[in-house]
Design a protein around this ligand. Structure first.
Ligand code: SF4
Length: 355
């Protein structure tokens, strides 16, 4: 660490002890299970959104063994609304691996943690430093931003060169024997002072040395290189209700939303109608289309809701069974987990064609 960086580190630690008032329920926690849980819940999620999920998960599953013993459906239901369901799958997989193969004990070092499924370098460094004070620097969006601005570095943070450079820089800033406090400090500082828009440079304890501020480039840093190309997909679903039942299918692991439920798809619905007497379906409501962005896909989604007013012929029942649709009650419909984009319609009163 050079002299300037050393003074910047001291200034930030002093800021943390006197001015940092960022509150989060997982802050200061040293239980590796709860730190891991908070980190998995917060990936791609805003802190205020992850907050209530963290409280609900830690209350229902106080230990990793409790989580490991829960059913997939229960955990997916609790996850509902967070999106990025591959994370939920990894969460369950890793909880069960730790409970069954590691006797419920988390690895106690970065090297052991980073080998867990769904745990990348950032999460492993966060757990290793917060739980064990191991000398590992975290590198999340906040840290990238603070370092890029402070050093006036325009190397794209998503390039392999940038990732390597910033990882070295983050490690070089890390004070000895204080990873626990330091990592929290620099992330809090990035989240509350050196913010993506309108950083508080005029009140910043680093402004005297900050190249980004001194050269008026702070707002343009950090740089990113790649443009994300999103695959376009259209989803049309048909929610069909009779007075007591409806039909849903669990999505496979090979596509988005693995393990969540979906109503009848457009393709299946068109084929299914051939097995129904004419006028058996009455349109009730239509929701969408809306656009929904995932990291690599742009989805256009709509749901048509129908009232089924005829007895279902055997051929129509068999068709749905062959396509892996399950017949469920209206109550079960409220208990299973749907993708969040559908959930926002499904939870509305006017969605249901029967009272
Ligand atoms: Fe960030 Fe501005 Fe402080 Fe530099 S002076 S570290 S850009 S808040």
């Amino acid at each position: 660490m050079n002299k300037m960086t050393g003074r910047a580190v001291e200034a930030l630690l002093a800021w943390n002890r006197s001015e940092n008032n960022r509150e989060m329920p997982w802050k200061g926690v040293q239980d590796p299970y709860k730190i891991w849980l908070s980190e998995v819940l917060l990936q791609q999620t805003r802190v205020d959104q992850g907050w209530s999920y963290y409280l609900a998960f830690t209350e229902r599953f106080p230990t990793v063994v409790d989580l490991a013993q829960a059913s997939d459906d229960e955990v997916f239901k609790m996850w509902e609304g967070l999106g990025y369901y591959a994370r939920c799958r990894n969460l369950l997989h890793t909880a069960r691996y730790i409970a069954n193969d590691l006797n419920g004990v988390f690895p106690d070092s970065y090297d052991g943690l980073v080998r867990l499924k769904g745990v990348g370098p950032y999460t492993a460094a966060a757990i290793a430093s917060f739980a064990y004070n191991e000398h590992q620097a975290v590198l999340d969006g906040n840290v990238f931003r603070v370092l890029a601005r402070f050093h006036g570095m325009a190397t794209p943070i998503d390039s392999s060169e940038g990732k390597k450079l910033f990882a070295q820089l983050a490690q070089a800033w890390l004070p000895k024997n204080n990873a626990r406090e330091w990592n929290q400090t620099i992330m809090d500082f990035g989240a509350t002072v050196c913010t993506p828009k309108n950083p508080a440079c005029l009140n910043c304890v680093l402004s005297a040395w900050c190249v980004g501020f001194q050269t008026n480039q702070a707002a343009a840093l950090p740089k990113k290189g790649k443009k994300i190309l999103r695959r376009q997909r259209e989803f049309i679903f048909h929610a069909v209700f009779d007075p007591t039942r409806t039909w849903v299918r669990k999505r496979s692991d090979r596509d988005i939303w693995p393990g969540l439920y979906e109503p009848i798809t457009e393709e299946d619905f068109q084929l299914w109608q051939h097995h129904l007497p004419s006028s058996s379906l009455q349109p009730h409501q239509k929701f969408g289309p809306v656009k929904h962005l995932l990291t690599h896909q742009e989805l256009t989604i709509q749901v048509h809701v129908h009232r089924l007013v005829a007895v279902l012929p055997d051929g129509a029942k068999t068709f749905l069974q062959d396509k892996n649709y399950q017949e469920i009650s209206h109550q079960q419909w409220g208990e299973i987990a749907f993708p969040v984009v559908l959930k926002r319609w499904i939870s509305r009163k006017e969605f249901f064609p029967f009272p």
